[in-house]
Design a protein around this ligand. Sequence first.
Ligand code: ADP
Ligand code: MG
Length: 569
Amino acid sequence: MPIHVLSREVASAIAAGEVIERPSSVVRELIENALDARARRIEVRLVGAGQTLIEVADDGAGIASAELPLAVARYATSKLESTQDLFAVRTLGFRGEALASIGAVSRMEIVSRRAEESSGASLRVEGSEAGRRTRRGAPVGTVVSVRDLFFNTPARRNFLKAETTERRRILELVGRYAIAYPAVGFVVLSDGRTALETTGRGDGREALAAVFDLATARSLIEVVASAESPVSVSGFVSPPDIHRASRRDLTFFVNGRWVLDAALSAAVLRAYHGLLMVGRFPLGFLRVDLDPAEIDVNVHPSKAEVRFRRPDVVVATAQRAVRGTLLAQAPAPEADLPGVWAWASLERVPTLHAAPSWERSPSLPLDADRLPRPSGEVPLLRAVGQVGTTYLVAEGPDGLYLIDQHAAHERILFEKLSDARASATLQTQALLDLEPVQLSRAEAAQLTTLAAAMARIGLEVEPFGGDSVRVRAMPALLADLDPAQAVHTALGDFEEDEAPLEGEVEARLTARVCKRAAIRAGQILSLAEQEGLLRQLEACRSPRTCPHGRPTMIHISVQALERQFGRRG
Ligand code: ADP
Ligand code: MG
């Protein structure tokens, strides 16, 4: 075929394909237009998950009737004038292609009226063919209805997912915008039923409740922007005990626009380091606001990504803001002491006892000469004794601490091993007695993907015919762990995450083997061993939870004790 210029029809279908990929892209463009027009209320009506009808009505500024034909023309916008403006975009739209693109792949009608005009006007576009503008009575604002999406591009239509999936995407999208713009009331009617509604009263938590459930909305922790930083990060994040199986519920709005940004997600995950169960993800909603000249929004036609001029600053600010919020708001859980009578009537009153010093536990590394440095995350604690051979009782300046010896040791081993790996000072111990370890089919399959990561945490194995392996080396820190057990533990079922971040697999493996290697409940510890455990826990960066997110300690304040004993009202 000789080279020829594509017809207008084909060219506009190609261009439209970049902007409008699925029903939710239509909704996104129309909502962003309404927000740019300063709407206070936005109503989305769907029939058949948007493939039959998407209608977005707003009470914004409206389009002058004389400008209606321009609004649907490609590269026609009221939001941008010069190339210069392109580098400091303050509106959500700026490319002037959304309406043209939607009109190219659907039967679209716009009805709009500005406040100063006595009546509105309407215009239809069908597969890029614009009809004639007609006068029409209408309230101030704009209604865009989009029927039969992709009627003329069957390939695109066939790529759509099931209706429930497309509907969920739309609801997720509108929900996110509703949270980002709490002063705007959003409604989604899907096949006549209200699927989402926010009041627009300006209360962020109220919008969160409308999108998630009330309990989740209440428990999210607010991230407050610091005034000094040129990059403002604010919003809501989940406390460590609320988490999800994927990072899909981490949402970022940059200068009012929903964007996907792997670096920002990674920053937030780092902020949860040590607080969250390995393999689980926080839920969060963060607004990043900065000088528009600091970002390039013109990266992709769908505007779902932005480029930061100084990404390191943005990422560091986000991480610091979230980490600071979490540490300030998530202290050791205060024990919820039962009433005095209930307390007294408890059948098994625990007895405190310090274990006799001859009952030394072999697996607890105790190095009293070289005391680790406290991190300051918990106060210095004095060992008092052990309860039920499972919990340590300790005294701090602000009351009593009960410490789960297994969870605490898990945390200590996890940080030591992770730190050793991070600083490339991980010591391994070569094994001399190379007993083969027989793997199950599933374990052998896991090994092919995990062997390299296992070696990076010091657990080196080599094939030994069939489905068996030999363990060549173990991390020196876990020298007491039985090698076969270590391998079986490492190769247990993994909940697959589509694309684990760098180091995530290693972190999960580390958490697993450390859990296995940690001292157990039921193991008697001498007072010296208890002190040793406390010193090492004090040195941890995140001493309050185990790597799997469970608390390592419960704090009973002096005030709570005084209340219980009736010393203070
Ligand atoms: P862009 O938003 O990038 O400018 P669009 O194709 O989405 O491009 O819209 C073209 C123009 O139509 C906008 O610049 C704006 O002036 C006008 N417009 C579109 N939707 C609305 C609306 N809901 N309210 C007011 N004006 C609108
Ligand atoms: Mg637009």
